[in-house]
Design a protein around this ligand. Sequence first.
Ligand code: ARG
Length: 573
Amino acid sequence: MELLTNKIKKLFSENINKIFENDFSDKIDIQNSTKKEFGDFQTNFALVSSKLIGKNPREIATKIVTEFEKNEIIEKLEIAGPGFINIFLKNEFLNKEIKKLENEKYDFSFLDTNKTVIIDYSSPNIAKRMHIGHLRSTIIGHSIKKILEFLGIKVISDNHIGDWGTQFGKLIVGYKNWLEKSTYEKDPIGELERIYVLFSDKAKEDPTLEESARSELKKLQQGDSENIKLWKEFIEISLKEYNKVYDRLGIKFDYYYGESFYNDMMPEILKELKERNIAKEDQGALVVFFDEDKLPPAIVQKKDGSFLYATSDLATMKFRKEKLKVDEAIYVTDDRQQNHFKQVFEIGKMLGEPYDYKKLHVIFGIMRFGDVIFSSRSGNIIRLVDLLDEAKKQVKQVINEKNPDIPEDEKDEIAETIGSGAIKYFDLSQNRTSDVTFTWDKVLNFEGNTGPYLQYTYVRIMSIFRKLKEENFTLENKEIVLENMDGIERELAVSLLRFPQFVVKAYETLKPNIIAEYLFDTAKLFNNFYNSKQILKEENPKVRDARILLAQKTAFILKQGLDLLGINTVNRM
Ligand code: ARG
């Protein structure tokens, strides 16, 4: 099915081009009305075309409104303000459109969707348990993936794990000196974390430790078999731990090409950088300088010959284009890496093919913690697993109070879904570039703009359908007859039909919070409707059927929207 805005735009183009005898199609923009009184949609065409047409906006608007041909879609047009046109849609038209929901696929062919995009997200650094710093990348990246796929874009997901670098020298020193074998067997990642922290503490007093770490790292880089074995072991242990979290979040990656995967490709890239004079020797290191002084120089090879983060990203860019045949790449990391990506994208441009293709750095702000206290909290690291466990625990308490009769294992499942959904929703409902403060009250509140509120709205609808099942009600051959209804039903119907517009907007800005806001608004409309109208008890069968259908379409849209945020729904809670 075509998006409402596209349908209206087409109609306006036809009319306007005829009236003004010229093609103005690309000047016509159809917006949601900001207020109910302004109709369902608005256009500012008369304002933006005034110079082109050589008439004042009001004249243009009047001409359009009076000469617009009769049609099946628009009920009436009204001139507003200096030259806006308010658009009111016909109820019969809305009826027809609403019925298509769930039965017809959206037509997104007006977008450029015939492409392959790689999304680089989550990407934690090995040998440290995944902590909250990676939460946002994981959750935001996953949602962006879902949104692009929904539009029909081919997406490749790559977890670019930090599996190479100085931390391995330190871990190997710690392993060889202070490892407690029995703890390591029981809780390998915990023990790795412990020796890593221990290293930092001890190195403050004993500077020779840093020297040992460097020499262990060097041995690893030169292929020393013992160190290679340890390195592999650390990676395996960490991935096992990460995968537990990904499983709980319902996230899968196509690839886990970490930094080390690109080791062999780096010498060749350095050679090219040097030969083409893009990188220059500077105090023994190899450095790329940039024209604008805004961007600091990027080191691509250290004095000791080792490669850097930037070097591996250059190799990654090349590999993705040549081997994975991507058209675009999206990187999701916190905003502190802005310079890094500006630098490597810039070097990509200098290098040209195959490095030079569309790349976007999707940034997000810091997440701070307000009232988060954990029993098992170690050091200053807030662990994602603890966060998920705590959310689950708190949701389960609510279920125990509200619905004690649900079987225990179902309660657990529901609590897990609502709990992790609440954390995801909290993250995704924020404008991603802002810093946010996490408090349980904001995350788990059953009222307000939260995951649980949306889940609860969905569950409400599911309970209507459980009751309908008992009376063997079927929706087949039922109609939504909005003529029989007043404001709130119509408003809800229009809102449901707007869903794909918001998905497109979220795609264009790579901001999932646009979908979250839409879902919240729609859920509020539904709850208004639910609280002010009878549904099951309504006596007029036509009105009753229409309301039931509207509830069903609302559930469909809520579920689909939450899915784009990576959130599953439950049928009761
Ligand atoms: N491992 C890095 C970190 O935790 C993020 C990697 C992002 N992706 C990339 N291609 N550089 O900071």
